[in-house]
Design a protein around this ligand. Structure first.
Ligand SMILES: *Cc1c(COP(=O)(O)O)cnc(C)c1O
Length: 232
């Protein structure tokens, strides 16, 4: 069964932590978007969060989005946050409001083709691999400049900023240098490209407060929201 009151409590705690972190960093809490990562939970939990006012939801797998999105309220903004296959773009694109995980040129090219076919412009974030880890995806910092130069020429895609993943399992403070680096790269590329890159997607359950102190505009929070909410 679904424990609604526990979900409401968890959400209130996360929102409160976002507010406090924003205040510590002298930032407007309204400039930070909580993306509720619902890959762990069924559609009914998404619906409960929707009733509590959440509109931004993240999924890491296109197949899950195909099932959930058509069955849930149309005012939900779906964020694609995981590594995904190029051959899934056509079917997934109609649901997506922001791609956080643009991690290779071939995906950018397919997004460009399909966005043009639909007559839309797809907002994307470029995933940057700051922590060298074989299991992680994204562009290496050294390749960012040339990747951005290529991607910005593709019609149908708008680069809105950067996304990164810190190492899992480390404590929140150890993620700080990673988040700070992403912010620095963003600041550099903004100047060299001469375009604004306002969005930084960084921070998950264990380290979203630190990410906000370092400039995150989007935090992707999953497990903390759902602790004790769904019975095993
Ligand atoms: C699962 C996932 C999250 C949420 O992680 P939690 O630690 O459960 O908050 C955030 N970002 C990405 C890319 C994910 O895959």
């Amino acid at each position: 069964m679904l424990h609604q009151s526990r979900l409401a409590d968890n959400l209130a705690l996360v929102r409160d932590s976002i507010q406090q972190a924003a205040r510590r960093a002298d930032r407007d809490p309204n400039s930070i978007t909580l993306v509720a990562v619902t890959k762990y939970v069924p559609g009914e939990v998404v619906l409960s969060l929707h009733e509590m006012g959440v509109r931004d939801f993240g999924e890491s797998r296109p197949q899950v989005l195909w099932e959930k999105a058509p069955a849930l309220p149309a005012d939900i903004r779906w964020h694609l946050i995981g590594h995904w296959q190029t051959n899934k773009v056509r079917r997934t694109l109609p649901y997506i409001s922001l791609v956080h995980s643009l991690d290779r040129i071939s995906l950018a090219e397919e997004l460009s083709r399909e966005s043009q076919r639909l007559g839309k412009v797809t907002p994307v974030l470029i995933e940057v691999k700051i922590v060298a880890d074989e299991a992680k995806h994204g562009f290496l910092p050294d390749d960012l400049m040339s990747a951005l130069a290529t991607i910005r020429e593709l019609p149908g895609i708008q680069i809105n900023g950067f996304m990164t993943m810190a190492s899992q399992g480390d404590d929140a403070e150890s993620a700080r240098p990673v988040f700070r680096k992403l912010c620095e790269y963003r600041n550099q590329q903004q100047v060299s490209l001469g375009v604004p890159l306002p969005m930084l997607s960084m921070g998950m359950s264990q380290d979203f407060a630190v990410a906000i102190e370092e400039g995150a505009t989007h935090v992707r929070v999953g497990s903390t929201l759902f602790e004790g909410v769904v019975d095993a």
